[in-house]
Design a protein around this ligand. Structure first.
Ligand SMILES: *[C@@H]1O[C@H](CO)[C@@H](O)[C@H](O)[C@H]1NC(C)=O
Ligand SMILES: *[C@@H]1O[C@H](CO)[C@@H](O)[C@H](O)[C@H]1NC(C)=O
Ligand SMILES: *[C@@H]1O[C@H](CO)[C@@H](O)[C@H](O)[C@H]1NC(C)=O
Ligand SMILES: *[C@@H]1O[C@H](CO)[C@@H](O)[C@H](O)[C@H]1NC(C)=O
Length: 867
């Protein structure tokens, strides 16, 4: 959903773009302005000497950690720091010793971002330090070395003896220490812009009780020009140079009317930037949840200037051979994506709104009448009694348990929305106020603002006391524990506040621990959906909860899926959804999707068809629409489009075993579900590979896809990695080895290829939902490479419980023989009814005996088709 207020702003200010009017540019945002100013001044002065240095006398080695203090010439300030090694990666944390102030706000620098973002129980790894007069030489893990210069402060990283990364080479390090208006000495290079007040139109009332407290630092990536990550932005996958333009911003906001080619903030932020070149990949993980900007200067070497409004300086550097290893280590620290409910990988049908129980059940029945599979129907805000979350509207949704029961008969689920803004004046908000677990305003009283229900308060999910309360109200709301098919949607959790600055909460609001909202803003959404997740677990401890969140941060992948928010029914939004979802996959948040059909407006039949054909590839596959848009459930579109959309959705269902296997792999290794070409082919001599953002592999399956995102397109051209062969696989129908990467497509075509060397397992029968496919047999497609070899994997479990038994099956085809083995104890028989082999004409065309090293696998004399 989105702001209705938008219309009002548009009316008043129709000549300006809405975004310019509402959202702060770097120049308008005190801390960004000051840091950029500082960087510019320094760049102009070749004799500049940074005042910051590491005090030699205070360096202490404490086991595998090194502790010390950074001082600032001419200022009486102390910045204690710590260097450690976490998951074989370098971590730096710098704090400040501050004096208490006479104000209820916590005066320390916020240091709990990692508490929310990281996995529990991480330990430190070994490191060795040698200290000279002016340098520290640190070695850690295999092949990692850092030289730390004390004055000027500079870190030089070596990997396998190659110099790969410099930190503070440009001397942009700035830590705005605690000051007062009276005692506010500045360096000549510093600007005093908005240090103690904010003159931006909508945030003038920000009291900035702690004054300026930003941090900024530069990273120079040597020989790297291909940079990725740092979502969420409506922009290309390959990051752009921002010199003289707006930097990329992280500030989770309810953005609307966003444009492509934009560095404006969006609903979520993942502060992981990755850089890829031949044989080396680097990740910079900036552990900070405050408003932040990232300036990028690209070249042979690329420089990143990372700036945050407050908090401690905390970052981790990953240096590895491959992008895959970056995902792996990032996932070990922040958690891998959850293995989702298998049924949540099916098709989700949503709109704002389905009006009542009858409407919901009719839609469900229509899908069956038209033989279109679907798993989940969604309820937007109108199901609740007067937009009071955690209640059901007595008139239209009076008997939710009966509705759940009917849906359950065909294996279907219901998702209901529950947002963090709680209407004032009913039992949920009353309890939040009396238990003192709401977000506070800048006078430390429960904050009141406006959102969907009118006047609202916000539950403060940073407060540990919120959990028990949330568990209790969910237990009541979700009816009897017999209904396992009710799941949740957490929207508007940036948090979106209609009358707040930049559509969010005032930065000087207060959370548990007396922390300012300013410090925790970007992690708020995560605390909210995690609290919901725990409440669902407390209700049904065995079952994997499904939650969709709009706002997210590093770590959100552990407990939620995300979607890209409110889009328009236009071709360019369809197109940009692909790079956005690829970026999310590159930074460990692969359970991502975009609203199929677009949220606002009425798509043409062609656009809707193309959107479904692209949407079946979104790891999270949901159609959604605004309350004012016409109904567009696939069966309403009319022939031939309804059939094209049915074919697309059925294709998704036939590939569910492949999606699920990819999710399993993501859940243990952090690997993407949709994988850009560069990910495996970073050593390619074709430098175009790094820019390809409209084409992707589905996990490790070998399926390569290029969705059609242009109106009236009748041809597709793939960019292909060298030294591989591909088979035609359009619409999931295996064909010949391709002899051209360019081919004709019709409106009913979904262009796909299958890489030689792959074995995939599909399920081909139509069922009404994924749960009803459980016992269906598989069809293997064996696509041989030049050597006549192929392999592949299939992951199977019960699809819903947290500790399900599983089976991981390995298929291998070599010398004309298929062998199959497996690990795990899942006992459901797995039947393969058919095997199609392509490329066999280049090897022995006879399929030899099938070797099966597992009596629980049934291969019932599969029909073998050799093409
Ligand atoms: C944050 O700082 C406080 C005070 O120094 C310390 O007790 C606490 O352990 C720190 N928390 C984290 C997560 O580092
Ligand atoms: C949604 O629309 C905006 C344009 O306003 C676009 O930039 C953004 O990338 C779109 N997202 C998706 C997933 O389509
Ligand atoms: C390429 O393949 C297509 C279909 O498989 C075939 O019709 C065509 O003749 C082939 N072209 C060449 C140049 O081999
Ligand atoms: C199972 O098959 C895979 C290849 O498909 C092979 O790498 C592995 O060694 C096999 N394991 C056993 C125990 O045979």
């Amino acid at each position: 959903m989105n702001l209705q207020l938008v219309t009002i702003f548009i009316l008043i200010n129709y000549c300006l773009a809405v975004k310019d009017y509402l959202f702060k540019s770097c120049n308008q945002n005190g801390f960004c302005h000051r840091n950029r100013h500082y960087a510019n001044q320094i760049s102009l002065d070749s004799n500049f000497q940074s005042p910051y240095y590491i005090d030699f006398n205070q360096i202490k080695i404490d086991g595998d950690k090194l502790r010390g203090t950074v001082l600032k010439i001419g200022f009486d300030v102390k910045f204690p720091f710590e260097i450690s090694v976490i998951e074989n990666s370098f971590r730096f944390q710098l704090d400040e010793i501050r004096n208490p102030i006479e104000h209820f706000v916590n005066h320390n620098r916020y240091n709990e971002t990692s508490k929310w973002a990281f996995n529990k129980d991480l330990s430190n790894d070994k490191a060795d330090y040698k200290i000279n007069d002016d340098q520290i030489l640190m070695t850690y893990s295999d092949n990692h070395e850092v030289i730390i210069n004390l004055n000027p402060i500079k870190f030089t990283f070596y990997y396998k003896n190659e110099e790969v990364l410099l930190i503070n080479d440009k001397q942009f390090l700035l830590v705005e220490h605690q000051r007062s208006i009276e005692n506010n000495k500045l360096l000549p290079q510093e600007s005093s812009f908005n240090m103690f007040s904010d003159d931006f139109k909508d945030s003038k009332s920000d009291k900035l009780p702690l004054g300026p407290e930003s941090i900024g630092l530069d990273f120079t990536l040597l020989g790297f020009n291909n940079l990725y990550g740092i979502p969420e932005h409506a922009d290309s996958m390959l990051l752009k140079d921002t010199s003289g333009k707006e930097p990329y911003r992280f500030y989770n906001v309810d953005i609307f009317e966003y444009e492509t080619d934009s560095r404006l903030p969006m609903y979520g932020s993942i502060p992981l930037l990755t850089a890829v070149k031949k044989d080396v990949s680097i990740g910079i993980f900036w552990v900070n949840s405050a408003d932040s900007y990232i300036d990028i200067k690209k070249g042979k070497d690329s420089t990143i200037h990372w700036i945050s409004e407050n908090g401690i300086l905390d970052f981790i550097i990953f240096i590895k051979d491959t992008p895959k290893e970056i995902n792996q280590v990032y996932g070990k620290i922040t958690g891998f994506t959850q293995l989702p409910l298998l049924s949540s990988l099916g098709y989700h049908q949503c709109r704002w709104n389905y009006n009542d129980i009858k409407d919901v059940l009719e839609v469900s029945a229509k899908f069956d009448e038209f033989e279109i599979p679907f798993d989940t129907i969604w309820l937007d805000i109108e199901y609740a009694d007067n937009k009071k979350y955690l209640t059901w509207d007595p008139q239209n949704f009076g008997k939710p348990d009966e509705m759940l029961e009917v849906l359950e008969r065909t294996g279907r689920n219901l998702v209901a929305i529950i947002d963090p803004h709680i209407k004032t004046g009913y039992f949920v908000s009353d309890a939040i106020i009396s238990k003192n677990i709401g977000m506070k305003d800048n006078e430390d009283n429960t904050y009141r603002g406006h959102c969907w229900p009118g006047e609202s308060i916000w539950i403060d999910t940073l407060n540990p006391k919120s959990q028990k309360f949330w568990d209790d109200v969910h237990k009541t709301f979700m009816i009897s524990d017999n209904h396992k098919n009710l799941h949740l949607w957490n929207d508007m959790n940036e948090p979106s506040v209609f009358n707040g600055p930049e559509t969010s909460a005032p930065k000087d609001n207060i959370h548990y621990g007396q922390w300012e909202h300013r410090s925790i803003h970007n992690v708020f959404g995560l605390t909210y959906h995690e609290t919901t997740y725990n409440s669902m677990l407390s209700r049904l401890p065995e079952q994997r909860p499904f939650i969709l969140t709009r706002s997210y941060f590093s770590g959100s992948q552990r407990t939620a899926a995300m979607w890209t928010g409110d889009n328009m029914s236009k071709w360019e939004y369809l197109k940009v959804s692909i790079p956005m979802i690829l970026t999310s996959n590159i930074v460990g948040m692969p359970f991502a999707g975009a609203d199929v059909g677009g949220f606002f407006g009425n798509p043409s039949k062609e656009l809707l068809t193309r959107w479904y054909q692209a949407g079946i590839w979104y790891p999270f596959f949901r159609a959604h629409a605004h309350i004012d848009s016409r109904r567009r459930e696939p069966y309403l579109i009319g022939e031939p489009y309804t059939s094209y959309i049915r074919d697309a959705i059925k294709l998704r269902y036939s590939l569910l075993p492949i999606f699920y296997t990819a999710f399993y792999q993501a859940s243990i290794s952090g690997s993407p579900i949709l994988k850009p070409i560069f990910y495996d082919y970073y050593n390619s001599t074709n430098s175009n590979i790094f820019e390809i953002e409209d084409e992707f592999f589905l996990g490790d399956s070998g399926i390569l896809v290029k969705p059609i995102t242009d109106e009236e397109a009748n041809e597709v051209e793939f960019v292909l990695p060298e030294n591989e062969i591909f088979y035609q696989f359009t619409n999931g129908i295996i064909g010949d080895k391709i002899n051209s990467s360019k081919f004709k497509v019709g409106i009913n075509d979904i262009p796909m290829l299958l890489k030689g060397g792959s074995i995939i397992a599909k399920k081909e029968r139509y069922r009404r939902s994924s749960k009803l496919m459980k016992h269906d047999p598989y069809t293997l497609i064996i696509a041989l490479n030049i050597q006549g070899y192929a392999n592949g994997q299939l992951y199977v479990d019960d699809g819903e419980s947290i500790d399900s038994e599983f089976k991981m099956i390995n298929f291998e085809f070599e010398n004309g023989k298929l062998s199959v083995n497996s690990t795990g104890d899942f006992s459901l028989p797995i039947e393969i009814e058919k095997a199609i082999i392509v490329g066999a004409n280049e090897v022995d065309p006879e399929l030899g005996p099938v070797t099966i090293e597992d009596e629980k696998l049934v291969i019932k004399n599969p029909r073998v088709i050799i093409c």
